[in-house]
Design a protein. Structure first.
Length: 294
């Protein structure tokens, strides 16, 4: 069995990124289990000192994800992993938007939606035990070096339906009383300060049935409050109402509370009614400052 150590590059001082377990490793692990099998790989998320984890867990691969403000931490993690002779895969928003920032300590950069790309990379490792350029060239959506030259492969298409993805494998992350979930990927707006629309390219939603099944899974693990991490949960009013109705029909709103993010311009009485029906107890709204030219 091959071991993969996931690293969510966060500021170790502020600890802001550690309030909730990241979902990206759980999505990747679930997809690998579906496509390759549960007996081929063991996964662990870094908690604490990296060098100690590398010595105790002895991973075969290190996989890092990072946003731009934490990319220096990702660089240092990759450098440490290389000292142990380990292959390093880097993914996330930063490398997807700035692929040229791939360092010499990073073997492969995954750009964009990562499940299928990561699956192909792990299949490659199972077959060859490395990430040599002559094999990497066949994989879409990556950047790597060949004799010092950066090579970018063709863009990988997005999944047509998010329902084809298995629910995140949270078991190796652990569950908390308050936990997170995603019911969509992307945002219809293109705010200049936000990378979401550039990263996902378009908005895709999971079905109400998919959403409720994941809620039930979380509830079975003792989760009492679910923070919906969609960038704009209230964008599609019709779909929101269907989700709320199904949650109420199954009486889940009597047993769990929800929080979500919302854009003020999407708030209508119908939206408020749907959120109330779901038992949403907290909504986070962004503020927009308008500066007069006079």
């Amino acid at each position: 069995m091959k071991r993969v150590l996931f690293i969510d590059a966060v500021d170790p001082i502020s600890k802001f990124g550690e309030r909730f377990s990241p979902l990206w490793p759980a999505y990747l692990a679930a997809y690998i289990k579906k496509q390759i099998g549960s007996e081929k790989f063991e996964f662990r998320l870094l908690k604490g000192n990296l060098e100690k984890q590398l010595k105790s867990f002895e991973p075969h691969i290190v996989a890092i994800s990072s946003v731009s403000m934490n990319y220096n931490f990702a660089i240092s993690y990759a450098r440490i992993a290389k000292k142990f002779g380990l292959p390093v895969i880097i993914g996330g928003i930063h490398i997807s938007n700035m692929p040229g920032s791939l360092t010499k300590d990073m073997d492969v950069g995954c750009m964009g939606e990562g499940e299928e790309t990561f699956s192909e990379l792990l299949r490659l490792y199972l077959e060859f035990g490395n990430f040599l350029p002559n094999n990497l060239v066949k994989i879409k959506g990556i950047i790597y070096r060949d004799n010092g030259e950066l090579i970018t492969t063709p863009v990988r298409p997005l999944f047509d339906s998010l329902d084809q993805l298995p629910h995140p494998k949270r078991s190796f992350l652990g569950y908390r009383t308050t936990d997170t979930m995603l019911t969509a990927r992307g945002c219809p707006y293109r705010c200049v300060f936000c990378s979401v629309s550039r990263y996902w390219k378009k908005v895709r939603f999971t079905s109400p049935e998919y959403v409720v099944a994941e809620i039930k899974e979380l509830m079975e693990r003792g989760v009492k409050i679910i923070k919906i991490y969609d960038d704009l949960f209230t964008f599609n009013k019709s779909r929101l109402e269907k989700v709320a109705d199904k949650i109420a029909t199954d009486a889940l709103n009597k047993r769990v509370k929800f929080t979500c993010w919302c854009r003020a311009s999407t708030v209508t009485q119908d939206v408020v009614d749907a959120l109330k029906l779901m038992n949403v107890v907290s909504v986070e709204l962004a503020l927009k400052a308008v500066v007069s030219e006079h």
